[in-house]
Design a protein around this ligand. Structure first.
Ligand code: HEM
Length: 181
């Protein structure tokens, strides 16, 4: 189904900003839990937020597969469209794989760490080998850095559209922007 008009609809906007906020908090916790945040016991929060991102991202992917996003402005060259499209799919992949690798390595049978959803219930540990858990740990760290780089690039691209190209690419994803202006 195509989205009406030249902006994202409410569902797409809600998914975008909810997931963006949670991912930013989680990147911050992940990157600084041993330095700035040392001693604060932030990892249970990190895991609960990550599990929430996983569920929201599965729902969002379902949404994306059944809705076409509004087209980019005519002036955007073909290679830039292809790049934007590929990077958006890479985002979707990371939004699923990053939390999954966190869950897998927390399930290490030799060193299981509980994954509680905000203290309300525990997620089951996954039936994985300690080898797979070790690889998932490495992957989690590398993919966390890749996600950080992608987020920086994504924000820079949105700001470029808004302030340099002066088109509506950023505005059409803002919850408060009017429908036509
Ligand atoms: C949006 C989801 C997530 C993001 C963006 C994210 C990001 C990160 C980042 C950037 C790091 C630091 C890696 C490094 O040391 O360089 C990290 C560490 C960690 N993450 Fe995640 N993570 C997510 C989900 C999860 C989930 C779902 C779990 C577990 C269920 C988890 C468990 C952990 C743990 C335990 C560490 C500490 C690793 C260590 O210090 O050895 N993460 N995460």
């Amino acid at each position: 189904m195509a989205l009406r008009g030249d902006r994202y609809n409410r569902g797409a906007i809600a998914f975008h900003w909810a997931i963006a906020a949670l991912v930013l908090v989680n990147l911050f916790i992940g990157l600084f839990h041993e330095t700035l945040l040392a001693g604060l016991r932030v990892m249970p929060l990190h895991k609960a937020i990550g599990a929430t991102v996983l569920v929201l991202s599965i729902a969002r992917l379902g949404w994306r597969l059944t809705h076409r996003p509004p087209a980019l402005p005519e002036a955007v060259p073909g290679w830039e469209r292809a790049l934007a499209n590929s990077l958006h799919w890479l985002f979707y992949a990371l939004l699923l794989i990053l939390p999954l690798t966190g869950w897998i390595f927390s399930s290490n049978p030799e060193r299981p760490r509980p994954v509680s959803w905000f203290g309300l219930f525990d997620l089951p540990l996954l039936p994985v080998s300690s080898g797979a858990a070790g690889a998932a740990h490495e992957a989690h760290e590398l993919l966390g850095l890749l996600m950080t780089a992608l987020v920086v690039l994504h924000i820079a691209a949105a700001l470029r559209h808004h302030f340099l190209l002066r088109d509506r690419v950023l505005v059409r994803m803002l919850p408060w922007a009017d429908r036509h202006g």
